[in-house]
Design a protein around this ligand. Structure first.
Ligand SMILES: Cc1cc2nc3c(=O)[nH]c(=O)nc-3n(C[C@H](O)[C@H](O)[C@H](O)COP(=O)(O)OP(=O)(O)OC[C@H]3O[C@@H](n4cnc5c(N)ncnc54)[C@H](O)[C@@H]3O)c2cc1C
Length: 348
């Protein structure tokens, strides 16, 4: 007997996992297929940062995205009795007078005060920051690997997870959707950057970006805050930290490079010289599913109406995926229109 499901989901990165979880909560029958290659979600720092760039720009949807992300991760933490999201203050090292001026301007805008403290902090002894430190609020990091592993175990217990390469040639789309003994009403592709190989959705203008991240152990206790200095520093314990990430949309592969290692290390040593003695314990590289217009790709294939995509979360998966999982589920189950900004119809 073939297994019958409402949704066949391809990919168990953060997008496929949170969408599957959402659909299961709503009573849908899902089956998830993942090829278990190292994915962007597994190496991502999981950083959530409402104010970014030299111009200190607030994410325009932050008031919608952030409460939803926090609430979703809290609900998952409650269900699985493990903390997945860790709110941590971020100190942003002021690098120029121009940046300082922009900060002062931002403080005049009340909508920024939820995210920026009004006083600059002076640099502690271990940091080089002569112009001071901007204190950002409502920042934090998702422990993505524990979350994905926990969800995979859960899906396995529910017998709705399969570790396998989904070969596009094996999908039968005539009359009904059928793949290796599974009959699905709809299929949702959540393949991250590997969507560029998808014969139905490769027309979408992805603009992929490679990123590299380093993990170090320190023999002495490190600063407990996240540091932002053009790059970021995230303490994962009292003696371990990650730094990153590079951003390269020209050379797209998953190879760790000496160049990235020396650039990331040099940037850290400039602001935190005592960490020159820290020991490198991991160097990872992967590819962000970024898009040309920087908005996600969500929606229904223009011709094959039972094929869907949920992808394109770029550098902001941890912030965006919880909200858009709910938004997409609402569209699938209740026909609630998708936001134009994310709907793939915009690129027809
Ligand atoms: C270096 C780096 C740092 C980052 N830092 C952050 C950060 O600090 N904060 C943040 O929010 N985001 C960050 N990101 C971005 C974040 O990783 C992505 O937004 C998010 O993880 C994308 O999730 P996804 O599920 O769409 O893709 P992926 O995580 O790539 O998952 C896709 C899954 O689909 C599977 N798959 C694909 N094709 C097939 C197939 N044919 N058959 C079976 N399985 C298939 C893949 O193996 C994979 O498991 C970073 C990314 C990188 C590379």
């Amino acid at each position: 007997m073939p297994k019958q499901v409402d949704y066949l989901i391809i990919g168990q990165g953060l997008a496929g996992s949170l969408l599957a979880w959402e659909l299961i909560q709503l009573g849908c029958k899902v089956h998830i297929v993942d090829n278990q290659k190292q994915n962007a979600s597994q190496i991502a720092a999981g950083l959530i940062n409402p104010i970014t760039g030299m111009r200190l720009v607030k994410n325009e949807a932050i008031e919608t995205l952030l409460p939803c992300a926090k609430q979703s991760y809290q609900a998952l933490s409650h269900f699985f009795k493990t903390d997945f999201y860790h709110e941590k203050a971020m100190l942003r090292i002021v690098r120029s007078d121009k940046e300082l001026k922009k900060y002062q301007q931002r403080l005049l805008d009340p909508s920024y005060l939820n995210f920026l403290k009004t006083e600059l902090q002076t640099a502690p002894a271990e940091l080089i920051a002569p112009l001071g430190l901007i204190q950002q609020k409502q920042t934090g990091a998702l422990s993505t690997v524990p979350l994905l592993n926990t969800l995979r175990d859960f899906f396995q217990q529910q017998q709705c997870y399969q570790a396998k390469e989904f070969d596009y040639h094996d999908l039968q789309t005539e009359n009904h959707l059928s793949w290796q003994g599974i009959l699905a009403k709809k299929i949702i592709f959540c393949e991250g950057y590997q969507a560029i190989n998808n014969p139905w959705f490769q027309y979408l203008p992805f603009q992929l970006a490679k990123g590299e991240i380093l993990t170090f152990n320190s023999e002495f206790p490190i600063t407990p805050q996240i540091l932002n200095y053009g790059r970021w520093f995230i303490p994962s314990s009292k003696y371990q930290f990650r730094i990153g990430a590079t951003f390269d949309n020209k050379v797209i592969n998953t190879l760790a490079t000496e160049n990235a290692k020396s650039n990331l290390s040099a940037a850290l040593h400039k602001i935190y010289p005592s960490l020159k003695s820290a020991q490198l314990c991991n160097h990872q590289a992967n590819i962000r599913p970024t898009t040309l217009d920087k908005s996600p790709f969500i929606g229904q294939h223009p011709k094959y109406k039972n094929l869907y995509i949920f992808n394109g979360f770029g550098s902001k998966g941890s912030l965006q995926i919880p909200f858009y999982s709910q938004h997409f589920a609402d569209y699938l189950l209740n026909n609630t229109p998708l936001e134009n900004r994310v709907n793939i119809n915009r690129v027809l």
